[in-house]
Design a protein around this ligand. Structure first.
Ligand code: NAP
Length: 267
């Protein structure tokens, strides 16, 4: 076996930019080879790969649009073809487009469900199948010191515990992913652990000024919501902790404990 094929490998979806890139780099620093998934942000994905290379970590970029089921199904085989193995998936990529009960329609619902629920489930399914094939080919380790076991992190959102009427299709897709978190944990055990990580308001967007973002970020019991480093650290922890499955880490400064009438971006 080559040294490349011996090193544990993680696929981080939506890892070209923003939170996904921070997760990819934190995992690279923890010694994982990183498959950097992107949809449209190719240049940013190549920059994430280059940043991994600066950490002396093998990394490569893989494109896939999660609206396309065939492209999602092809992703894990492409990663395995490149690295020789896959041990974990971080389902971070997410479609986040505004709708509400007035503008709601099947098109928005379907796009969010495909991107944010269907793709994470298919990637978990593919990881489970790959690990099963590896166990069949290599044989289970006799002592079970390092069982052939993998993990999936599903990135959720504190707003599931603190709902408001904005981003209806997005919220439904994340609520379905949270339910899938439990169902997959049961269905894929003991081969694959499944853990949710739910950020609070972490990064700003074009919908918020920096000043407003800072005000909203401070609105939490702890006086600050989550940083990108907090989220990346939670993802690393979830992948390392061999006893966790079927649960979610809320990493949000306690925002889920407070009532917000609107989405942060609409407040
Ligand atoms: N940012 C926050 O404050 C916050 C708060 C709560 C929860 N979260 C959750 O944390 C995660 C990361 O947040 P973020 O703000 O960094 O995410 P983001 O910038 O909104 O999206 C991350 C990536 O998802 C990819 N993506 C979107 N639709 C896709 C599709 N159909 N197929 C494939 N890829 C697709 C995009 O890749 P390309 O750029 O390559 O097209 C995008 O860069 C998300 O799951 C989000 O729901 C974030």
């Amino acid at each position: 076996m080559s040294s490349l094929a011996r090193t544990r490998t993680v696929l981080v979806t939506g890892a070209a930019r923003r939170l996904g890139r921070d997760m990819a780099l934190a995992l690279a620093r923890a010694g994982w080879q990183v498959a950097v998934h992107y949809r449209g942000s190719q240049q940013d994905a190549l920059e994430t790969v280059a940043a991994c290379a600066e950490l002396s970590v093998n990394s490569a970029a893989f494109d896939a649009d999660f609206l396309d089921e065939d492209a999602v199904r092809a992703l894990v085989p492409r990663v395995v073809q490149h690295f020789g193995r896959l041990d974990a998936v971080v389902n971070n990529a997410s479609l986040f487009e505004h709708d509400d009960v007035q503008s709601f329609g099947y098109a928005a619902l379907e796009a969010h469900l495909r991107s944010n629920t269907g793709a994470p489930i298919l990637l978990a399914q593919a990881l489970h199948a790959h690990l099963g094939e590896r166990a069949a080919a290599e044989g289970e380790p006799a002592e079970q010191v390092e069982p052939i076991q993998g993990a999936v992190v599903n990135v959720l959102d504190q707003k599931l515990w603190n709902q408001n009427p904005d981003f209806l299709s997005y919220t439904l897709s994340k609520a379905a992913l949270e339910a899938a978190n439990t169902m997959l944990a049961l269905a894929l055990a003991p081969r694959v652990r499944v853990v949710g990580v739910a950020p609070g308001l972490t990064l700003t967007s074009h919908l918020l000024s920096q000043e407003r973002f800072e005000q909203l970020h401070a609105m939490s019991p702890l006086g600050r919501s989550s940083s990108a480093e907090d989220i990346a650290a939670a993802v690393c922890f979830a992948l390392e902790n061999r006893a966790m499955t079927g649960t979610t880490l809320l990493v949000d400064g306690g925002q889920h404990l407070q009532r917000f009438e609107r989405d942060f971006s609409m407040m």
